[in-house]
Design a protein around this ligand. Structure first.
Ligand SMILES: O=P(O)(O)O[C@H]1O[C@H](CO)[C@@H](O)[C@H]1O
Length: 265
């Protein structure tokens, strides 16, 4: 059965695929033209299986621009998903909280994004447009579907998760270095609530080919905004934070959390 939903697992979130039933697993290195995952916390395989009875595929490990891949190479799997018949993309990531009201362990449903890469000219759709996938100038004002966002929020409410569920704007910076204090302040002043190094190119390519997108950031650290702070962003904290989130906060990404999301039958 072909998957209707694809889930991209963010840093340390590969465990999301464990909830699939009847799994079939393909290492990315066995799939022609797939990039290789080089980052700790990104295993690099596609896990096909059933989620609440619906056929799904989980990408355990994504690809990032900072690994040396072009923005279009990191989005190659999205077009594979589209050609497989996927209709909904659930994209997850680990992110630093820019919004001072956000706490480590919060879940942020992505309302919108600001792409420092995109604004700087690194758009995955740059180059000749392949009409088989979509139009030359795709709209992005509706990138994160309101219906999916509302259903996810309702789901969170039903599960009693509202105390740690937020909604906000994800900022992409290229990485791999974390942001300076001035950069964090600037991104927050621009309207960003969380910052990371992924997701946006995937969303742009997904929207280009008409996939419906739900974006979820897990706030694994608070972005450092103050010169008196002793905090230092690091990947170990990012990975540890997420494990803790899954183990201790009532498994917010357990299939129940998707129960109200209209997976196509
Ligand atoms: O966005 P994901 O892949 O979840 O990972 C986030 O965590 C890493 C930094 O710790 C970066 O790759 C950043 O983008």
């Amino acid at each position: 059965q072909r998957p209707k939903t694809a889930i991209i697992c963010g840093s340390g979130l590969g465990g999301l695929a464990d909830v699939l039933d009847n799994k079939t697993i393909f290492p990315c290195e066995d799939i022609p033209h797939f990039p290789r995952s080089t980052v700790a916390g990104h295993i690099g395989r596609l896990v096909f299986g059933d989620l609440s009875g619906q056929p799904c595929v989980c990408m355990q490990g994504r690809f990032h621009y900072y690994e040396g891949y072009s923005v279009s190479t990191v989005t190659f799997p999205i077009r594979v998903f589209f050609l497989l018949g996927v209709e909904i993309l659930i994209v997850t990531n680990a992110a630093g909280g820019l919004n001072p009201h956000f706490q480590v362990g919060d879940i942020m449903f992505i309302r919108d994004h600001i792409s420092m890469l995109g604004l700087g000219g690194q758009n995955p759709l740059r180059g000749p447009n392949d009409e088989r996938f979509g139009v030359r100038f795709p709209c992005m004002s509706d990138a994160y579907e309101q219906d999916l966002l509302s259903l996810a929020m309702e789901s969170a409410q039903e599960l009693g998760f509202l105390s740690f569920v937020r909604e906000g704007v994800y900022c992409l910076q290229a990485g791999p270095s974390y942001e300076t204090i001035a950069e964090c302040r600037a991104l927050h002043a621009l309207g960003g609530d969380a910052v990371g190094m992924s997701t946006v190119p995937e969303v742009i390519v997904a929207r280009h080919c008409g996939l419906r997108v739900l974006g979820i950031s897990l706030i694994t650290n608070k972005a450092v905004m103050n010169y008196n702070s002793q905090e230092k962003a690091n990947h170990e904290e990012v990975l540890a934070g997420e494990l803790q989130l899954i183990l201790e906060l009532g498994k917010p990404l357990h299939p129940n959390a998707w129960v109200c999301i209209p997976l196509p039958s």
